[in-house]
Design a protein around this ligand. Structure first.
Ligand code: NDP
Length: 254
């Protein structure tokens, strides 16, 4: 039966990686308050316990390290054996290590790719296995960045990983469309979160903001429209898309 509100997520189960802080924590709240049961996954379990107490709907906490095959496998087991269902995946866990290209160490390069690209691949593959087995389709949302499209100083590894994540999104979308597994990306611009506030208050941070056509940072809540669209049946004919939410940052004139 078609839902009256196509954005309604009741009856759906959503996995959010990196749910212990920042955007992931916010995404979990948004999905939960729109009806989804949530699986909160990250390494800092105590932070997710606090989040869990604030959520409107049922939630599960899983200690997850996306860089570990074993950890992702154990999450898979938990979903298959305890939860049984997976409809939405927010592939959000990510890190950055800003450094000039000439100073990037191989370890730093590998660690950014390991979390932001290989980790996202592992989660997407695990989710695909479950969704194919369950035959109910699903929606996978990869959290990319405007740095997948444009470049910025000190972020060669991050931009490279996010650009690859967008290509992974499109490749998966192409192959999984027939199984009704939709794969899209959300590409935020600069969004104010608990950990970047101090930086954006500095003179350097203000310099970054001055390049955004809307002359301000985005708020976490301003990602909700795109997130709910991609997560819900409202986007039932969308796959392989990248939705940019950035106050016009990528259309800044050259
Ligand atoms: P935060 O640092 O606040 O959050 C990152 C999250 O990722 C944390 O919850 C952390 O949890 C989790 N994480 C990191 N490494 C791992 C790992 N190995 N295994 C599991 N979880 C991990 O950053 P943001 O909220 O700002 O970023 C979230 C996503 O949004 C990232 O992918 C980022 O690239 C993207 N993004 C953010 C923008 C912004 O302006 N804030 C703009 C564009 C994109 P824990 O440490 O507990 O494991």
């Amino acid at each position: 039966m078609e839902k009256e509100n196509p954005f309604d997520l009741s009856g759906k189960v959503a996995l959010i990686t990196g749910a212990s802080s920042g955007l992931g924590k916010h995404f979990a709240k948004t999905l939960s308050s729109n009806g989804a049961k949530t699986i909160l996954a990250a390494r800092r379990v105590e932070k997710m316990e606090k989040l869990q107490s604030e959520l409107k709907n049922d939630s599960f906490i899983v200690n997850l390290d996306v860089t570990s095959k074993e950890s992702v496998n154990s999450l898979k087991g938990e979903i298959e054996n305890t939860i049984g269902q997976l409809d939405i995946v927010i592939n959000n866990a990510g890190i950055s290590d800003p450094v000039r290209f000439k100073d990037i160490s191989e370890d730093s390069w590998l660690s950014i790719l390991e979390t932001n690209l290989n980790g996202a691949f592992r989660i997407a593959k695990m989710a695909t296995d479950i969704m194919l087995k369950n035959k109910d389709g699903g929606s996978i949302i990869n959290i990319a960045s405007i740095l997948a499209e444009r470049v910025g100083l000190n972020l060669a590894s991050y931009a490279s990983a996010k650009a690859a994540l967008v290509q992974l999104t499109k490749s998966m979308a192409l192959e999984l469309a027939r199984s009704n597994i939709r794969v899209n990306a959300l590409a935020p611009g600069y969004i104010l979160t608990e950990i970047n506030q101090d930086f954006f208050d500095t003179e350097e941070g203000q310099g970054y903001i001055s390049k955004i056509p809307m002359k301000r940072l985005g708020l976490e809540s301003e990602l909700d429209g795109a997130l709910l669209l991609l997560a819900s049946d409202a986007s039932s004919f969308m796959t392989g898309s990248v939705i940019t939410v950035d106050g016009g940052h990528v259309i800044n004139p050259l």
